[in-house]
Ligand binder design. Structure first.
Ligand SMILES: NC(=O)c1ccc[n+]([C@@H]2O[C@H](COP(=O)([O-])OP(=O)(O)OC[C@H]3O[C@@H](n4cnc5c(N)ncnc54)[C@H](OP(=O)(O)O)[C@@H]3O)[C@@H](O)[C@H]2O)c1
Length: 314
């Protein structure tokens, strides 16, 4: 089978498409024929060695932390999935999704409703789950809350704007001027252009500030949080961890999120997609042999929504 592998950590030029053996399943595993795979900053960090402390030392490595595809084989202990089922899978930083076939653990796999395409579904395990868990579990979003989303036009941010609205928040999106229309189309009530307005210096107060791209910090944001407001970031610095401990005893809180795959969350997100209430904003799709360009674009910081590796035209 084809896979995009790296033989050592490095730039996008380390990504090579090559033939590798098809992986084999164990009793609790599922073999998936990959149709689409989300491309995430986690993958580029894994590729350049930024995550080597949490990755195995095995090379060649096939990256790709999430995918959508069709079940080809199920392990002996699996009774509730069948060959031919359309599924998504969370593969974690160790990856495997940049390939024709991947093995996933049953607990990391969920069926896709018929109404949802592989491309749309492929971004659920990382970006969509991150947005949901940040707003609901860390931000404790309640109907009517004022929610500010920094990085609203990125992979996580485009989901966060929509999910905050689905949870009945009032949304202020912070993004570049070019992406203001997109943020409004996704449901934002207000848009702030980060190049001309510093949201941390304005008079508005927010119940939740979700920094989807980790460009701010708690100290800068606490003056624009309500008295019991919560700051949530996807990129915790050592100072942020300290702030989280200190604010345990305060009414304003600092929080960070490490996404964890929960089947019930993925099912809820896919249901919203099937009902037309949530969409994956797709900036570009790429074939396997253009993954290096996809990684370069991801690292430019200018992605609008999601980049998706498309292995099969559906
Ligand atoms: N902790 C976790 O579990 C977890 C999970 C998922 C992702 N993450 C991390 O979250 C971060 C975001 O992921 P992503 O997939 O959303 O990334 P992304 O799609 O690559 O984000 C790109 C977006 O960042 C925006 N941006 C750049 N500079 C900005 C600034 N100064 N202020 C506001 N927005 C700015 C750009 O929008 P404009 O051009 O409009 O400025 C662009 O749309 C990554 O670092 C990723 O590793 C963490």
């Amino acid at each position: 089978m084809r896979a995009a592998v790296i033989n050592e950590y490095g730039t996008s030029q380390e990504l090579h498409v090559t033939d590798v053996p098809k992986p084999e399943i164990d009793t609790h595993d599922v073999l998936i024929h990959v149709h689409a795979a989300g491309i995430n900053p986690m993958d580029t960090k894994a590729r350049d060695g930024g995550m080597k402390l949490v990755l195995s030392n095995d090379f060649p490595k096939t990256l790709g932390g999430e995918c959508a595809g069709v079940v080809m084989e199920v392990g002996l202990m699996i009774t509730d999935l069948q060959v031919g089922d359309r599924v998504i899978a969370s593969l974690g930083p160790e990856g495997g999704g940049y390939a024709d076939y991947v093995v996933a653990k049953r607990k990391s796999v969920v069926r896709i409703p018929d109404e949802v395409s592989f491309v749309q579904a492929s971004a659920v395990p990382v970006a969509a789950l991150t947005a949901l868990q940040a707003l609901r579990d860390k931000g404790h979003l309640r109907p009517g809350d004022q929610v500010l989303i920094n990085g609203a036009s990125g992979g996580v941010g485009t989901f966060a704007v929509q999910i905050a609205r689905l949870l009945s928040g009032q949304v202020t999106a912070v993004c570049g001027a070019d992406n203001a229309v997109l943020a409004l189309q996704l449901g934002a009530d207000h848009v702030i252009d980060h190049d001309t307005v510093d949201f941390t210096k304005q008079s508005e107060r927010y119940n939740i500030i979700f920094d989807a791209v980790g460009k701010s910090n708690y100290d800068e944001c606490k003056n624009v949080l309500t008295e019991d407001g919560i700051y949530v970031t996807t990129l915790p610095s050592p100072k942020q961890i300290l702030d989280q401990v200190v604010t345990i005893f305060q009414s304003q809180k600092a929080e960070s999120l490490l996404v964890s795959f929960k089947q019930e969350d993925a099912i809820w997100l896919l249901k919203q997609m099937a009902e037309g209430k949530l969409q994956t904003v797709v900036d570009r799709t790429y074939p396997l042999d253009e993954l290096a360009q996809a990684h370069d674009y991801s690292e430019s910081g200018n992605v609008k929504g999601k980049l998706i590796l498309k292995l099969i035209d559906d």
